[in-house]
Design a protein around this ligand. Structure first.
Ligand SMILES: [Zn+2]
Length: 242
């Protein structure tokens, strides 16, 4: 499998940055996870939106889904101009009526609503969704195929569910919204230390940090490696094969 990062800024994009967006390429599928602000511009440097097989939205905060709307506009515009574009599978939590009306007309997406524990079959593997602790309904995403396991935390606070979801992952893409010293009692996000402790307890092979505070990425890494050695901070347009 290979992961490409198109956005890793927490909460809002910095200048020339982008919020959460990750492409996982398996043997047969291109799976995009989240489409935060600014990510669509980055994504198009490397892939064509119409080549995606599945788009997963972990939760409906705008820093994880805002660019999904413009992606839909692009695909329906291209189709209206005569291009043959198949519907893309969209897996997301229950959409409110206004988003459903905006996204699901014109058959651009084939929508599947996530529920806790849902298993979506892939050709030689599966995707498992686990509800985690956040301000709104939010899911961790675990992709298993052949003998490889990828896990994305989505946005989560410290909870047993994220450790279970991450168990034995080859690559664990985990949010680290702050350092421990900056944690002012947030129960809905992880510090770098918490992400690293989860990685250690879940026996993952590699931890890749995302959803980063934009002004002090170095401190996030320094804190995490104290608790889990094989940690890296994600870079926008960075590629991570495993
Ligand atoms: Zn969130």
């Amino acid at each position: 499998m290979k992961l490409t990062v198109f956005g890793n800024n927490a909460t809002y994009p910095m200048a020339d940055g982008a919020c959460s967006c990750y492409l996982l390429e398996t043997a047969a599928d291109k799976i995009l996870m989240d489409m935060g602000n600014g990510s669509m511009a980055k994504l198009q440097r490397k892939i064509d939106l119409s080549s995606l097989d599945i788009i997963i939205i972990s939760h409906l905060h705008f820093d994880h889904m805002a660019d999904l709307f413009c992606a839909k506009y692009q695909l329906e515009t291209r189709r209206a101009k005569g291009e043959k574009i198949d519907p893309v599978i969209l897996i997301a939590p229950m959409l409110p009526d206004w988003a459903r009306e905006e996204l699901l007309n014109n058959n651009v997406f084939r929508y599947i609503e996530i529920s806790d524990g849902m298993v979506y079959p892939l050709g030689k593997g599966r995707i498992i969704f686990t509800k985690v602790v956040h301000l709104i309904e939010s899911y961790a995403v675990r992709v298993e195929e052949d003998d490889k396991v990828f896990v994305y935390s989505g946005d989560t606070g410290l909870c047993p569910e994220i450790q279970t979801a991450a168990q034995n992952a080859d690559l664990f893409l985990c949010e680290a919204t702050m350092t421990e010293s900056e944690n002012i009692g947030f129960g809905h996000h992880l510090s770098a230390k918490s992400a690293a402790v989860i990685a250690h307890k879940a026996k993952v092979k590699k931890l890749l940090l995302t959803h980063l505070p934009t002004d002090h990425k170095d401190r996030v890494l320094e804190e995490a490696v104290l608790h889990f050695q094989d940690t890296e901070v994600s870079e926008i347009l960075g590629e991570y094969a495993f």
